[in-house]
Design a protein around this ligand. Structure first.
Ligand SMILES: N[C@@H](CCC(=O)N[C@@H](CS)C(=O)NCC(=O)O)C(=O)O
Length: 280
């Protein structure tokens, strides 16, 4: 197998910053693609969103097809699942990976000259939000297996949701509250998760919160009323009021929740007091 010339390899790993950004994601739901959209929208950076155009499903299927070996775009690798970001010669998957690539390029990471390790701290926050307020929320309605219908796992989903709102939701809200408390103790101007400047981690937390509140409105309202996570609730409102985010949320580009990660089922709209074993 012949080696690509060094200059070409260099080009493939450092795309022209002027190259257009392309997000490849399922149409018809916010999903994990939403984290990438919110970053572009906040930064006012143009991007192509294949979900908005005809043939959107086919574009995703071409990426995840078992026949896709990404032969034309080596050293890129075929993705297992969307979102996928294309930028110049680069094609990458995994939400947090995409965000870590984008954040310093579009002004949503801390100052990397002054704080070269900030990106790893931001990634830890992003991964934590995705673990507890996205993946686990999804698994609450699909506790047996993602490939089964919800209707095939309702009793388990009810049990799983009760457990989630009782133990996991307060734990993750409490964690982000603690991060915000730590920031505030360092400097009262630090109202974001990582200092005084909004970063990609704040946007991810906002979206994770919003989806979780869609799925578990009663449990989230109960936590809001309890007043123990005031900084977290304030951060969510502050993100919502950013001019670019507010305009985006009011636009048709912001899609409705449906049969994606975050789903509203009345049976799963539970609160911490609901007995975990009970059938109410
Ligand atoms: N950890 C991956 C998860 C990707 C993922 O699960 N994507 C969903 C859509 S949001 C999908 O199409 N999954 C198909 C599958 O898991 O089979 C990420 O954060 O990007």
């Amino acid at each position: 197998m012949s080696e690509a010339p060094a200059a070409k390899r260099q080009m493939a790993s450092t795309p022209d910053n002027e190259a257009p950004y392309k997000l490849i994601y399922w149409p018809g739901l916010p999903g994990r693609g939403e984290h990438v959209r919110l970053a572009f929208e906040e930064a006012s950076v143009p991007y192509e969103d294949t979900a908005m155009h005809e043939g959107a499903v086919e574009k995703v299927l071409a990426q995840i097809s078992t026949k896709n070996l990404a032969a034309d775009s080596a050293p890129n690798l075929p993705p297992l699942a969307p979102p996928v970001l294309e930028h110049g010669d680069l094609s990458i998957s995994q939400t947090s990976n995409i965000l870590m690539y984008l954040a310093p390029r579009i002004g949503l990471a801390a100052d990397s000259d002054k704080d070269p390790n900030a990106i790893y701290r931001l990634n830890a926050l992003v991964l934590t939000a995705l673990d507890g307020l996205s993946n686990e929320v999804h698994d609450a309605h699909h506790p047996i297996c993602t490939s089964l219908y919800y209707e095939d796992q309702v009793p388990e989903a009810i049990r799983s949701s009760k457990q989630y709102v009782k133990e996991r939701l307060p734990k993750f809200f409490g964690y982000f509250e603690r991060i915000l408390q730590a920031q505030e103790a360092r400097n009262p101007d630090n109202k974001w998760l990582y200092g005084a400047q909004l970063t990609v981690a704040d946007l991810v937390l906002f979206q994770c919160f919003d989806g979780t509140a869609h799925q578990f409105p009663r449990a989230v309202q109960q936590l809001r009323d309890a007043g123990q996570h005031a900084r977290l609730f304030a951060l969510v409102e502050a993100v919502k009021q950013r001019p670019n985010i507010a305009a985006y949320l009011a636009s048709e580009r912001r899609q409705k929740y449906g049969e994606g990660i975050y789903r509203y089922y009345k049976d799963l709209d539970v609160v911490a007091e609901d007995s975990v074993e009970g059938k109410e």
